[in-house]
Design a binder for this molecule. Structure first.
Ligand SMILES: [Cu+2]
Length: 121
């Protein structure tokens, strides 16, 4: 495990994964549909924690570009968030400046809005 991921995070995002309500087909990260969605802003060198809670019945394989993250004892770039209020937390070091897509790897969901940009500020 990277040394930088020991201890508590510098920044935490607590995100829900949910379907769009009200008749239109869409998938949301924390209530917003990409591209009309706020970037997840980080600073270089931070230990960033992302917690996802799935308020839908289907799985979401969430994928972060440009980084590997720690889930339990494993380093990955994609993790499945189980349905029915399943929750997954991962940690990564913001060590690759740029704008990186964080999205559901189910392409139907990605095209329906299930993405955010991780942006270095
Ligand atoms: Cu999905």
């Amino acid at each position: 495990m990277p040394q930088d991921l020991r201890g508590s995070p510098d920044r935490t995002f607590d995100l829900t994964l949910s379907p769009e309500m009200g008749g239109s087909y869409g998938w949301l990260v924390d209530g917003q549909s990409y591209p009309d969605a706020d970037p997840l802003q980080v600073q270089e060198g931070e230990h960033v924690r992302v917690r996802m809670t799935n308020r839908s019945p289907v799985i979401h394989p969430m994928h972060l570009h440009g980084h590997f993250f720690r889930v339990g004892d494993a380093m990955k770039d994609t993790v499945i968030v189980p349905g029915h209020m399943g929750s997954v937390t991962f940690d990564f070091v913001a060590d690759n400046p740029g704008d990186w897509l964080f999205h559901c790897h189910n392409l139907y969901h990605l095209e329906a809005g299930m993405a955010r940009v991780v942006e270095y500020v």
